[in-house]
Design a binder for this molecule. Sequence first.
Ligand SMILES: Cc1cc2nc3c(=O)[nH]c(=O)nc-3n(C[C@H](O)[C@H](O)[C@H](O)COP(=O)(O)OP(=O)(O)OC[C@H]3O[C@@H](n4cnc5c(N)ncnc54)[C@H](O)[C@@H]3O)c2cc1C
Length: 602
Amino acid sequence: MDYETHEYDVLVVGAGGAGLRAAIEASAGGVRVGLLCKSLLGKAHTVMAEGGIAAALANVDDRDSWQVHFSDTMRGGQYVNNWRMAELHAKEAPDRVRELEAWGAVFDRTSDGRILQRNFGGHRYPRLAHVGDRTGLEMIRTLQDHGIHRGIDVHMEFTVVALLKDGERIAGIFGYERERGRFKVFRASAVILATGGLGRAYRVTSNSWEGTGDGHSLAYRAGAELLDMEFIQFHPTGMIWPPSVQGILVTEGVRGEGGILVNNQGRRFMFDDIPEPYRNQTADNEEEGWQYTQGDKSARRPPELLTRDHVARCINREVRDGRGSPHGGVFLDISWIHKRIQNAEEHIRRKLPSMYHQFKQLADIDITKEPMEVGPTTHYVMGGVRVDADTQMSTVPGLFAAGECAAGINGANRLGGNSLSDLLVFGKRAGEYAARFARENRQPAIDRTQVDLAARDALAPFEATRTENPYTIQHDLQEAMQRLVGIVREEAEMRNALGVIDSLKARARGVAVHGHREYNPGWHTALDLGHLLTVSEAIALSAIERKESRGGHFREDYPEKAAEFAKVNMTVQQGADGAMHLRRIPLPEMPPELKQVIEENK
Ligand SMILES: Cc1cc2nc3c(=O)[nH]c(=O)nc-3n(C[C@H](O)[C@H](O)[C@H](O)COP(=O)(O)OP(=O)(O)OC[C@H]3O[C@@H](n4cnc5c(N)ncnc54)[C@H](O)[C@@H]3O)c2cc1C
C-alpha cells in the first residue's frame, strides 16, 4: 500500500486551546508546523468552555496575586499537584490572558475598562476573565485567527490512530481522514499531543464526542507514562432532565452570580458540611454568601463555591438520602435573586445567556423564573501524560503533551477556570520546546513495517469473520465505568470493573464494521474503542491502588485522606509483556519559599 506522506518539524495533534496555542508558539520558533484535528477547525471541545480563564490579573480585587492563585490551586489539588507546574501556571497566566486580548479577544469589562473577572469555586478572589458564558468560543476564535495568519497548515477531520517511532524517539503519526477514509503518514521531529479529555468513558458526561482519551492512549502505547489517572472530576452541576440532555454542563458561573443549591425540602444543604481547610474562607450565613457574590470584599464565599469534588459529593448525599429532586438531582436556583436586585431577569439573561437558552430550548425551563434540576456529570480528567513541568516533554523523546491530556498541574482536583489558563500557559511552553527539540535534532526516519502494521490493525474491523458491534461494547463500557468507578468508589466494585474491561477488550478484538471507509461512524467508534478501554483500565487500576479519598477520588472503603498517599503520584506504563504496570512515584520536594507562600495564604 502507498501512503500519502507529509513532513513537518513540529506536528500538533488537536486544535483546542492547547493545540492552537502550541502551534502558534512553535511557528513563532521558525519551524514548519502542521496541525491535525479530528473535527472541524473551531469545533474542538474548548469551544464549549463557559465560565472563564483563571489568571491573577487583580483587576477586580487588588489583593489577588500569583501567590494566592498558586496556593488556591495547590489546596484545590490537595497538594499532590506538581508544584512547579502550579507555580509556572500562576505566574504566567496573566501574561497569556493579556496576550490573548492583544490578539483580539473581546473580554467583558470593568467599569474602568479593564478585563472583568468573576468568582469561581475554590478561587479566593474574583479571578476568571470571561466573555459572558461563552469564553471558550472567544478563545478559540482568537487563537484560530492568529494561527491561520501565521501560516500554520491545518488538516481537519483527520484522526490519528498511531504514533510512529524511530528507535526510542518519536518520528511522526499515522492516521486517516474521515471524509474518504484514506490513510496518511506525517513525519515530524516533534509531536505535541493536545487531544483533550476522556469523559466519553462514562455514560453521563459533559464532554463532546471527541473526548475519547486518544492522546492518553496513543502516548501510552508509544511508551509514555500516564500519571494520576484515578483523579476524574465529576462536575456537580450537569443537566439531568430530559434524558436526552443528561450530562450537559451547567456552568459554575451560575453559582458565581449568586445561584444557590437546595434540596427537595427547600434547604440550602451546602451550609451543612464545610470542610475544615475551607472553614476560614467560607461564609457561615446566607447574607454573607450573597454579599460575596456582589463583590463585598469583606465577605467570604458561599459554600456553593467550594471545590467541585466536595459539592458533587454533597449533592450525591442529598439524593442518596431521599432529599433529591424528582429526576434524581437537586435544585440550582438563580431566579431567587429577584428578591435582592432590580431587573433580575434581565441581569440573569445578560450574565448567563447560554444557560438561559440552554434550559429554555432543551428543558423548557426559564431560569430567570424557576430553579434548574442538576446533578454530577463526568467533566474533566486531572490525570494524563506525565510531562516535564518546564518543557512539557513526556518520557518519550520528542513527544510532548499539553492541555487536558497532560497531567500534573491539577493534582487531585482542578479548580474551575484553571483549564483554559493551563491550555495557554503550557500550550505555549510545549510549542516553544517542541520547536527547540526539532531544531536541535535530526529528522527521524520512519520504518515502513510500523506503518503497514498500523494500517492492518486499523482495517481489521472490516474482516468478514467478525461479529461484535462497536456501539454495544462502547455502551457496556460506559455503563460499567459509571456504575463501578464513578463518583463513589469501593475496592470490590473496581476489581469487578477491571474484569468487565478485560472481557470487553476480548470482545473488541472481534469488533466488526460494515460498509466502506468514507465517513463511516461505526469504523470510527471501533477505533476509538481501543483508546476508551486503555484509559478505563488506567483509571480503575490507579483508583484501586490509591487507598484513600482525595479530591476527585472518593472511596467509601477509605473515606479519609492517608498520609502515605499524600507523598505519591501513581503512574501506569505499558510493560514489555504488553500489560499495564502501575508504580507509585514520590512527589518532588517543594522548595521552602513555595511552602512559605502556601503557609502565608492558608
Ligand atoms: C461544557 C464545558 C465547559 C467548560 N468550561 C470551562 C471554563 O469555563 N473554564 C475552564 O478553565 N475550563 C472549562 N472546561 C474545561 C475545558 O474546556 C477543557 O479542559 C479544555 O477546553 C480542553 O482543551 P484541550 O485543548 O486540552 O482539548 P480540546 O479542546 O478537547 O481539543 C482536543 C482536540 O484534539 C483533537 N483530537 C482528539 N483526538 C484526536 C485524534 N485521535 N486525532 C486527531 N485529533 C484529535 C480534537 O479534534 C480537538 O481538536 C469546560 C469543559 C466543558 C465540557
